[in-house]
Design a protein around this ligand. Structure first.
Ligand SMILES: Nc1nc2c(ncn2[C@@H]2O[C@H](COP(=O)(O)O[C@H]3[C@@H](O)[C@H](n4cnc5c(=O)[nH]c(N)nc54)O[C@@H]3COP(=O)(O)O)[C@@H](O)[C@H]2O)c(=O)[nH]1
Length: 844
């Protein structure tokens, strides 16, 4: 037996752990005297009576008290005296239940039986006590409240017979022998009875003085209960007298009383634990329900054999079923969408054969389709029969939507919801597989909107976005449902035309697209016109790989743009060569600065009234060692594309300022010089600082430098642009607007910008006399510039007639071949010096 001292240990104990395996027994015909002798010799409190190995009854020392009191003859067989039937307890009964059983039946011994009902041991009060710790007893804190106050007391002259009477009548296990002042002299207990009975001469007439033993173990009434109980436990006492300050007995603490009290405590504790655990269960159930609601995860339990299904509150909510409505597996299946039932049943069948059950399916809840994920674990008996399943069900509708969204976003453009390049590639490859089988063609149409950037810059990105969405609608009208429209980014689209018998199909679609886009768009209240440049490449003629065909369609688009926009071009090998040349040019441009291959030409500008030379515009020239003289119209766009325009532009600025300063220093000519700026220079880098640095470095008067900006440069990020222009103007540098009339001119911003001159674009000047519209535009620009107090210069003036026309219309200045082609610096100096039309710079 293992001694334990804590409640926890007790809760784990079973009868088998505390019982005594030594079973003392006698046969039914054993005489009382012999039985008593055996009990006395062995100092045992009970004897079992076994008949042919079967439990027939029990004889205890408590019984012996009664036999002596009743003067039962010592030669009486125990079969006539024993208590029967005997209270038994199974060996695997838990400690608390066994203890409660013994206490409630007021028995001090429990006979322990095995699985077949055979006697395997015995548990006495002392066994129970040995396993009860002080911790439990501490709960009985009041000693005097627990002690017995009604005690069997006798004087030492009283006979044992009187003592037996008292014990029987009071149901006591002892008699105390006291003096007149109730001071304890000795004690006689049940334990003494078997030996007294087995004496040869009857003891009942003997005075207590001769049969009692002492001294009586006492404890002071002021002692704590724990102290008192501790002493009883330590010294194996069954009785402890409680005395007052004078030593007089006031009560008795007995082992039986003690155990009875502990029994109450145990029951009370068990009850309290039960209530607490029920509350905790309710609480945890509530918490579980709450947690399940938050996690949108319900749980269920299925007794497979009984077909009984239990749902958690959240599962009921998820399925839209009234809480606590009885559910079966069939009820559940009925709630699954018909298309999903089969896969669920297949998964369930798999689970019944040991496979994991993890399935997503749809259910109909109040007319709404929801997705749930079911997972379960099944338990099987040793023969592999499924017993029950415990499962979870999670509402994954939002998760699936989010997943679909992510999936969609990975393959589509967010603004237009068109397939992106990844999906386009996929669709192209599918189309090519089919086309290869059927001997057909697939065409890629690479489409770039013309003027989109200007629209975006003028009306804002939101209007730009709305225009793109409308363009998508028009594209969809032009193609078949089996074709794919994809957005490549910005204003670029890719159309994949599938299963074409020949390339003429692509021709027709491109034409159709151009016609559709030619119709005006209404965007945020503005009527807008746009067109597209389309490049076409065809499988298998131009290649089989998506990347190759895409690149070639892009080249063809570029060619369409160069050709004049609003048109389409099929890819040709010539384009390939052209693209290759551009790449080569870019590579050569990289070295052009280092190799000093750039130079500036200067084109004169004149006053229209007096014909006087006013200044020059610096125009960049590239004298390439490999390519010869390359016109800026060819290489400036390439330099802009590659970013090389930044260092090249700074070189132009520095060279123009250096030259103007040289004219002033060497010839005494103050010739104002205009320098073209690229949009990139204006947006990127520190233009203001570069201008200041160059002026400082060259020592040119700032007033002799004019920066030419284009309209579209000014539309972008106007606040920042204006701030930069103000700072340049503050340096004393002039600013003009080049190519005026080609962009989306806004008078309101023009008024606020620190520009001093407008340059009418040469495209209007060219036909202004022959074409009334162009003539009207030129007139309007002149009037508008004047009303804003700006000087107007017309560029591209090639004839005297044009010059006269402009002079008549009030245009202030002109530039063009009529007045002089762009020329080297020396020629400029000669012109200015020869005509003597410019002011001589003041000396110094
Ligand atoms: N960012 C920079 N751009 C520059 C620079 N230098 C030139 N450019 C731009 O390149 C474009 C082509 O320039 P270019 O070939 O020099 O043509 C200029 C003139 O030669 C031409 N012109 C002048 N008069 C006439 C004429 O009577 N008829 C006719 N057909 N062409 C004429 O016009 C071009 C001047 O244009 P603009 O700058 O708009 O005044 C051109 O866009 C240049 O801007 C540079 O350093 N940086």
């Amino acid at each position: 037996m293992t001694a334990v001292s804590g409640m926890t240990s007790i809760s784990e104990l079973k009868v088998i752990d505390i019982m005594s395996r030594e079973i003392r027994h006698v046969a039914p015909d054993c005489l009382l005297s012999e039985a008593a002798r055996q009990m006395a010799d062995g100092r045992i409190s009970s004897l079992l009576v076994l008949s042919e190995g079967h439990l027939a009854g029990i004889l205890t020392e408590h019984d012996v008290v009664r036999f002596m009191h009743d003067r039962v003859a010592a030669d009486t067989p125990v079969s006539r005296l024993m208590s029967a039937p005997v209270l038994t307890a199974s060996a695997d009964l838990d400690f608390a239940s066994a203890y409660t059983l013994a206490m409630s039946r007021h028995v001090r011994h429990l006979v322990v039986t095995g699985a077949a009902g055979e006697v395997v041991g015995m548990v006495s009060e002392t066994d129970f006590r040995s396993h009860l710790g002080l911790r439990l007893l501490r709960q009985l804190d009041n000693l005097t409240a627990i002690m017995e106050r009604e005690m069997p007391l006798l004087t030492e002259d009283a006979s044992l017979d009187e003592g037996l009477k008292l014990m029987v009548h009071k149901g006591a296990s002892y008699v105390l022998v006291v003096d007149a002042g109730r001071h304890p002299l000795g004690i006689v207990t049940e334990r003494d009875m078997p030996s007294l009975l087995s004496r040869a001469t009857p003891a009942t007439e003997l005075p207590m003085r001769t049969v009692m033993h002492g001294p009586v173990q006492v404890v002071d009434r002021r002692a704590s209960f724990t102290e008192a109980a501790g002493r009883m436990f330590d010294h194996h006492l069954r009785h402890l007298a409680v005395v007052d300050e004078t030593g007089a007995i006031i009560g008795m603490l007995t082992q039986h009383r003690l155990l009875e009290q502990i029994g109450f405590t145990l029951v009370e504790d068990a009850w309290r634990n039960l209530v607490a655990s029920q509350e905790a269960l309710l609480r945890s159930e509530e918490n579980l329900n709450r947690a399940q609601a938050v996690a949108r995860t319900g749980s269920w339990y299925l007794n497979i054999q009984a077909g009984r299904l239990e749902w958690s509150a959240e599962t009921y909510r998820m399925f839209g079923v009234e809480p606590d409505m009885p559910m079966t597996l069939d009820d559940l299946i009925r709630r699954i969408l018909p298309d999903d039932r089969e896969p669920v049943l297949v998964a369930w069948d798999g689970a019944l054969h040991g496979e994991p059950f993890d399935v997503e399916h749809r259910i109909l809840v109040d007319g709404e389709v929801r997705w749930v994920q079911e997972r379960a674990e099944l338990s099987f008996d040793p023969d592999g029969r499924p017993l029950f399943a415990v499962g979870t069900v999670q509402d994954v509708t939002d998760l699936r939507l989010a997943r679909q969204q992510v999936e969609f976003m990975a393959h589509h453009d967010a603004l237009t919801r068109l397939p992106n390049r990844i999906l386009a590639r996929d669709r192209f490859e599918q189309a090519v597989t089919m086309a290869a089988r059927e001997g057909r063609k697939v065409a890629l149409l690479f489409l770039d909107l013309d003027n989109f950037k200007t629209i975006n810059d003028t009306l804002g990105h939101q209007a730009g976005d709305h225009l793109l969405q409308q363009v998508v609608g028009r594209l969809a009208e032009a193609v078949r449902g089996s074709d794919t429209i994809s957005r490549q980014g910005g204003d670029e689209f890719l159309v994949i035309l599938t299963a074409l018998p020949d390339e003429n199909g692509a021709d027709a679609v491109a034409q159709h697209i151009l016609e559709d886009l030619a119709r005006p768009f209404v965007v945020d209240g503005h009527e807008l016109h746009t067109s597209a440049s389309i490049g076409i490449s065809v499988y298998p003629d131009d290649g089989a790989e998506f990347d190759t065909l895409l690149k070639r369609a892009d080249m063809a688009m570029y060619s369409a743009k160069e050709f004049g926009r609003a048109t389409y071009r099929f890819f040709t090998e010539e384009m390939n060569r052209h693209a290759f040349e551009r790449l080569q040019m870019q590579n050569r441009l990289r070295h052009a600065l280092d190799e000093s291959e750039f130079l500036l030409h200067y084109q004169p500008q004149v006053d229209l009234k007096s014909g006087r030379l006013l200044g020059v515009e610096a125009l960049l020239r590239w004298q390439s060692k490999e390519l010869g003289m390359v016109a800026p119209g060819r290489f400036v766009p390439v330099a802009e594309e590659s970013g090389l325009i930044m260092p090249i532009g700074t070189w132009v600025l520095r060279e123009a300022c250096r030259q103007a300063r040289a004219w002033r220093d060497e010839l005494g000519l103050a010739i104002p010089v205009g320098v073209n700026l690229s949009a990139l220079q204006f947006r990127r880098g520190s233009l203001v600082a570069t201008v200041a640095e160059v002026l400082d470095e060259t020592g040119l008067e700032p007033g002799l430098l004019e920066l030419e900006l284009t309209e579209t440069m000014l539309l972008h990020d106007t606040e920042a642009v204006r701030a930069a222009m103000d700072r340049i103007r503050a340096l004393g540098v002039q600013m003009s607007i080049d190519d005026f009339g080609t962009g989306y001119s806004s008078l309101s911003y023009l008024k606020r910008l620190p520009v001093t001159r407008l340059k009418i674009d040469q495209s209007f000047v060219r036909d202004m006399i022959a074409d009334d519209d162009d003539g009207s535009i030129v007139r309007a620009i002149i009037q508008m510039a004047h009303s804003l107090k700006l000087t107007v210069i017309a560029e591209g003036v090639e004839t005297a007639e044009q010059g006269a026309w402009l002079a008549r219309e009030g245009c202030d200045q002109a530039q063009g071949y009529h007045y002089g082609r762009p020329m080297p610096a020396e020629a400029v100096a000669a012109r200015f010096a020869r005509r003597g039309e410019t002011a001589r710079a003041a000396a110094g």
